[in-house]
Design a binder for this molecule. Structure first.
Ligand SMILES: Nc1nc2c(c(=O)[nH]1)N[C@H]1C(S)=C(S)[C@@H](COP(=O)(O)OP(=O)(O)OC[C@H]3O[C@@H](n4cnc5c(=O)[nH]c(N)nc54)[C@H](O)[C@@H]3O)O[C@H]1N2
Ligand SMILES: Nc1nc2c(c(=O)[nH]1)N[C@H]1C(S)=C(S)[C@@H](COP(=O)(O)OP(=O)(O)OC[C@H]3O[C@@H](n4cnc5c(=O)[nH]c(N)nc54)[C@H](O)[C@@H]3O)O[C@H]1N2
Ligand code: SF4
Ligand SMILES: [Mo]
Length: 704
């Protein structure tokens, strides 16, 4: 047996690991104590990747579906049939009848994204979708409406105060906005920051692993964050605690913002959100005092009602407090393996890409080159010439990820061609005409170039494949490369023409991707525990002459209207008096891992409720409950949990209601894309969903 150093690629944290390899199989996986980024940290789901690779769920060959039966097929035969079908669909119906959906696991193998996009671009279709638009695309919308300060953000490591809203990075390792988030060895990182004096403020209705370590925890009623952020701005602007020099140089609309948040007094915030007026004032002063440190949000903000306005106000808090690097300051370190991004004390104007250019049949414009996933079903189901007829899913499981589950099923069944690249027969794969089985992480070489913008240090890592891949699988990028070759496309990747006659070696492609940085990949490859790049002392440069008049637009007209709508929304429903909120499970990665025996703590996703609420219904841990929203109803098993406030049900997404016994419950049977949709990104409401709860009379013995 050999013990090999590598790194985990199940989530963005990219933890260094030590992997036992025997008989060409991955065995025990532990955090690598010598890894210079993660310092020994690993999580339960990462440590169980061997079970995902070797377990009964693992697909080791491509599959073709006939009726409801999938049978193995040589992968090149599958690729060839898929290529023929796509070519025919494009010839008959045009390029826009082909769509691609990029899921979470699309992003963690360096070569997948560039090859998938290069193939997709070559098709000529504009129907590109990803999970970002059912996740935190409010951040994209905020950037495109405010504009972008190009000097860089203040980083976690040098901050005095940090405000986390609707995110629980100690469980999720959520990447923040590239400001050195709490993602690497997160418990130790947070402990060290607090020891050196960092003040942590958390806004979350639940008590969480993160809020338990906060200096101040504000617990709003779910879905009221727009009011909370407006209230924080009210105090800061009302007391003139903002950074007036930064605002004078870089920001338009401060007075309009001051007027807009004037009615949102601490008393008003208390009435709407339940956060005490004095706590709100303390939080505002604490954050403004800084002098350094940012607000960083997660799904609790970006999935709520009024998510675009809320995220905008959270960004506005960073802007009015000037939490960005100024001319002459040492710039954030970029360009370790990838191309460096020069920092300038200048503003890129908001470009509102969705307002001009291509609009899809559902009226949506492009955001970072993508259409909103909330419109994917419409694209498939609404009749018309450019209806989507073929869908390629790359590393995702839209059947469980998208709202309105029944409609998603109808849409997927309507497709002439559904292909998914997935290492197991996911709920999406069950409906797919073809499933391409990819290599899994320890079967492929990789490097950290695509993740480095999220890293808290100028770190780089390269890994070889530790075990051989099963004979019937290919790397994700090879699927797109071979498809392109069959369709006669020439591909360009990272500015280079790809050799379409003879398939490149992954090692060469990885080297090509990592050739623009300041460290030599050979040195990185020779370092089993990664390297920290020598410090880079480039300074934030002055603005270019044609940029000096550019200003951030802190309160555009549409945001002002959305803010008014949010302020007028009581959120109260007598029919659905409870609020269903999102939360992630430590043991799972979205829908991945639910079927790994012993990995999830419970063989189901419990609906966590305040013990008082359960008792009032005559229920307890283990009681069967029915959760009903205006759009559907699911059965789940209740779990009493004092960290959940009264009136709230917390339950995770990613579980199927129809597989693995009846205990899994799919929250997306309760959600919809037909109401409460944000403009621009069509983001549905996935947290703070109004529901009611009743007992079913069933009881399941609790598991501990
Ligand atoms: N109600 C509700 N809905 C939600 C959310 C919520 O909080 N509440 N969260 C939303 C969010 S933030 C997201 S990101 C989405 C998640 O949406 P998706 O990304 O669509 O869902 P995952 O379950 O992460 O799907 C990843 C798939 O990749 C497969 N996979 C694993 N390894 C590999 C590999 O090496 N290559 C390939 N090609 N595939 C691999 C896995 O088996 C799995 O089926 O769900 C969204 N939907
Ligand atoms: N273990 C694990 N890690 C993951 C994932 C996983 O499935 N499992 N998924 C990955 C993905 S795809 C993503 S997008 C990230 C997400 O990363 P995060 O956004 O950090 O996800 P969570 O840990 O669920 O934290 C969301 C928090 O929002 C709170 N919340 C819910 N509703 C509201 C509200 O109305 N207002 C406020 N203020 N808070 C609210 C919840 O209580 C919860 O603590 O995690 C990634 N990491
Ligand atoms: S946090 Fe867990 S899943 Fe993410 S990279 Fe680290 S070990 Fe892997
Ligand atoms: Mo996500």
């Amino acid at each position: 047996m050999a013990v090999e150093a590598s790194y985990c690629r199940l989530c963005q944290a990219s933890c260094g690991v030590m992997v036992d390899v025997a008989d060409n199989r991955v065995g025990t996986i532990l955090g690598d104590p010598d890894n210079l980024l993660s310092e020994g940290y690993s999580c339960p789901k990462g440590r169980r990747v061997g079970d995902l690779m070797n377990g009964p769920e693992r697909l080791t060959a491509a599959m073709r579906r006939l009726g409801s039966q999938h049978t193995p097929i040589p992968v090149d035969e599958a690729v060839s049939e898929i290529g023929d079908k796509i070519t025919r669909i494009i010839a008959d119906h045009g390029a826009d009848s082909v769509a691609m959906f990029m899921g979470t696991q699309h992003h963690f193998a360096t070569l997948t994204d560039p090859f998938a996009r290069a193939w997709f671009k070559a098709t000529g279709s504009r129907k590109l979708f990803s999970t970002m638009t059912i996740d935190q695309s409010a951040k994209w919308v905020a950037t495109k409406r405010i504009g972008e300060y190009l000097g860089g953000r203040q980083s976690f490591s040098s901050s005095d105060v940090w405000l986390l809203a609707g995110t629980n990075p100690l469980v999720s390792l959520n990447g923040g906005n590239g400001d050195g988030p709490i993602m690497h060895n997160p418990y130790a990182a947070l402990r060290a920051a607090r020891r050196r004096g960092l003040t942590l403020i958390v806004i979350d209705p639940r008590k969480t692993e993160t809020s338990n370590r906060a200096d101040l925890h504000l617990r709003p009623r779910p879905g009221t964050d727009a009011v909370v952020f407006a209230g924080l701005l009210n105090v800061i602007l009302g007391e003139d605690l903002h950074d007036q020099a930064f605002c004078a140089s870089y920001v338009d609309g401060i007075e309009q913002l001051r007027t807009a948040v004037a009615p949102v007094t601490p008393d008003f915030v208390e009435t709407v959100s339940g956060i005490g007026r004095d706590d709100l004032i303390v939080a505002a002063r604490m954050f403004a005092a800084g002098p350094r440190g940012m607000v960083s949000t997660g799904t609790g903000i970006c999935m709520g009602p009024h998510s675009n306005a809320t995220e905008h106000l959270a960004t506005a808090l960073n802007v009015v407090c000037g939490r960005y690097l100024r001319e002459g300051e040492v710039a954030g370190s970029t360009g370790v393996l990838g191309r460096p991004v020069p920092a300038r004390a200048a503003v890129a104007l908001p470009d509102r890409t969705w307002e001009s250019g291509y609009h899809s049949r559902s009226g949506a414009g492009l955001l970072y080159g993508q259409l909103p996933s909330g419109t994917l079903c419409d694209e498939i189901l609404t009749p018309g010439p450019d209806r989507v007829r073929a869908l390629i899913v790359s590393g995702g499981n839209p059947m469980l990820a998208l709202p309105d589950h029944a409609r998603v099923r109808t849409a997927m069944q309507q497709l002439d061609l559904l292909v998914t690249i997935d290492s197991r027969l996911s709920e999406t794969a069950e409906l797919a005409h073809y499933v391409i089985a990819p290599t899994m992480m320890y079967e492929r070489a990789d490097n950290s170039v695509s993740m480095e913008r999220f890293f808290s240090k100028p770190f780089a890592m390269q890994t070889k494949a530790l075990v051989p891949a099963p004979a019937g699988v290919i790397e994700d990028w090879q699927f797109f490369y071979r498809l392109a070759r069959l369709q006669g496309y020439e591909l360009r990747v990272a500015g280079n023409q790809v050799n379409m006659h003879s398939e490149p070696r992954p090692e060469d492609l990885l080297a090509m991707m990592a050739s623009k940085g300041r460290v030599d990949l050979a040195d990185v490859a020779a370092s089993a525990h990664g390297v920290i790049a020598p410090s880079d002392v480039s300074l934030v440069a002055p603005a270019l002459p044609d940029e000096t008049d550019n200003r951030l637009d802190i309160l555009p007209h549409d945001v002002a209207l959305e803010l008014n709508t949010a302020l007028a929304d009581s959120g109260h429903s007598t029919e659905f008096p409870m609020s269903l909120i999102v939360q992630r499970m430590r043991e799972l990665m979205n829908s991945l891992g639910t079927a790994v025996a012993g990995l999830p703590k419970y063989p189901r996703n419990p609906a966590q409720m305040n013990p008082g609420d359960l008792a009032a219904l005559g229920l307890r841990t283990g009681s069967g409950i029915t959760i009903t929203s205006a759009h559907g109803s699911i059965d789940a098993v209740a779990q009493a949990d004092p960290s959940i406030p009264p009136g709230v049900v917390a339950i995770s997404h990613g579980w199927s209601g129809t597989r693995d016994g009846a205990l899994g419950a799919n929250v997306n049977e309760l959600t919809t894309t037909s109401e409460q949709i944000q403009t621009i990104n069509s983001m549905p409401m996935l947290t703070s969903v109004p529901v009611r709860v009743s007992g079913t009379g069933q009881f399941t013995e609790p598991v501990d």
